[in-house]
Write a protein that binds this ligand. Structure first.
Ligand code: NAD
Length: 411
């Protein structure tokens, strides 16, 4: 058993107890609804055949068709995909997306494949998966997949079906039926949350010091938006190191630097610090937007932020989460804070079904409304029940999933 799958189920069980779900419902949600595991024999560029194991897990579709990413990583396991699919059921429900949780992937090292091998693998995945379309299960992107792989997958699906169906595959480029605003969506969602939480604590942007770990798609976008709004970004980090400047970093210059050099390190005028120092920097808002478990039992007691907004998935270990919550630090959980990406994915599917495409202002406005509603519902449930924001988000999600299951007469 993988610990990630077990840890995810433990979180589910805690929320089920808080909600008081029926035993049959608990049993139903503890396992995925459908699991598909299959082999893909792939002719490599050197003429030899290599066999890849692939998965698609649909956790629960009471709220609507299952939806979400396709992960291509060398060590991918079925338990990992099961955990991710369960989390997607919860994430969709938290932000009122009428969709269930799905996740898939291929155990392969995308970095070791040539571009043509990767294309053949993605097309073979779709042929063997035989997705049933926008009203059943919609594969999107995740680690190891991108706009490019999703365009290949869409093309393969449409070639098989013999008609266009842009809503059948998510995270594709706008030119083949994707949505505007997808790449920025998670960073923008974090930005709206940061504005709301700082306002609730009467913090004004100009005196609000922000630290961000990770300067990729999520970290750089939230940094740009916060800096435009007047927030002082005093430290950022990436996999190669971190930098700080107590008077505020020049974010547009850093974005340019990363485009040129691939990293934030060696930025003129900034002080080099370690990633540990970064996380322990005195600040009002800390946004871990890199990888999981970076705040743990080793360093949690030294974290000085007043507010933590989880950009990455699972940046706090459960023990760090407890320690920091007990200290009174406000933690906005990943399933609310980083949901901007899945919200715009749902917009992508809706636009594809209508064959009508929205302008960027409409996307931003609808994203803002949706994520702030989820944030407010989470805050309200936490205060009504005297529980953490993370528990409150799970409780709200389970209430919605549970209600849909009951209305359908499944239990
Ligand atoms: P990315 O690959 O674009 O950027 C990752 C950044 O983190 C890079 O700056 C990298 O250098 C840095 N990094 C990697 N390992 C690190 C380490 N050990 N220590 C410090 N920095 C490290 O990835 P992304 O799309 O920005 O995603 C970041 C996180 O947000 C991930 O946890 C991802 O699962 C989560 N997330 C992303 C999205 C999305 O829309 N991209 C949506 C929801 C959640």
């Amino acid at each position: 058993m993988s610990s990630f799958w077990e840890a995810t189920k433990t979180r589910l069980q805690r929320a089920e107890e808080l909600v008081g779900l029926e035993p049959e419902m608990v049993e139903l949600l503890s396992k995925p609804m459908r699991v598909l595991e299959f082999q893909i024999p792939l002719r490599m560029d050197n003429g030899k055949v290599q066999i890849f194991t692939a998965y698609r897990v649909c956790h629960n579709d009471a709220l609507g068709p299952t939806k979400d990413g396709t992960r291509i990583t060398p060590d991918l396991t079925l338990d990992e995909v099961k955990a991710l699919a369960l989390i997607m059921t919860i994430k969709h429900a938290v932000v009122d997306i009428p969709a269930g949780g799905g996740k898939g992937g291929i155990a392969a090292d995308a970095m070791k494949l040539s571009e043509r091998e990767l294309e053949r693998l993605c097309r073979a995945y779709i042929r063997r998966l035989s997705p049933k379309g926008a009203w059943v299960d919609i594969p999107g992107a995740d680690i190891g997949t991108s706009y490019k792989t999703q365009a290949w997958m869409l093309d393969e699906y449409e070639q098989i079906m013999g008609f266009h169906s842009p809503a059948a595959i998510n995270d594709k480029p706008a030119i083949v039926g994707g949505s505007l605003g997808g790449e920025e969506a998670t960073g923008r969602g974090l930005f709206y949350i940061a504005l709301a939480v700082s306002k609730s604590k009467a913090l004004i942007p100009q005196s609000c010091r922000v630290v961000i770990q990770g300067f990729g798609t999520v970290g750089s976008n939230v940094a740009k938006l916060l800096s435009n709004e007047g927030f002082k970004i005093i430290a950022v980090g990436d996999i190669r190191g971190a930098i700080s400047d107590s008077s505020g970093l020049d974010i547009p210059a850093l974005v340019n630097q990363v485009e040129q050099t691939g990293s934030i390190i060696d930025s003129p005028g900034a002080r080099a610090i370690s990633n540990q120092e970064l996380l322990e920097t005195d600040c009002e808002i800390l946004i871990p937007a890199a990888v999981e478990n970076v705040i743990n039992e080793e360093n949690a007691s030294r974290v000085k932020a007043e507010i933590i907004i989880e950009g990455a998935n699972g940046p706090l270990t459960p023990s760090a989460d407890k320690l920091l919550s007990d200290k009174g630090i406000t933690i906005i959980p990943d399933i609310v804070a980083n949901s901007g990406g899945i919200i715009v994915c749902q917009f992508e599917r809706t636009q594809g079904l209508y064959d009508m495409y929205w302008d960027i202002d409409t996307i931003h406005e609808r994203l803002k409304t949706r994520i702030l509603k989820a944030y407010k519902e989470t805050v309200n449930t936490a205060s009504e029940m005297g529980i953490s924001l993370r528990e409150a988000a799970w409780v709200n999600a389970l209430r919605k999933v549970g209600q849909a299951i009951r209305m359908r007469g499944w239990v």
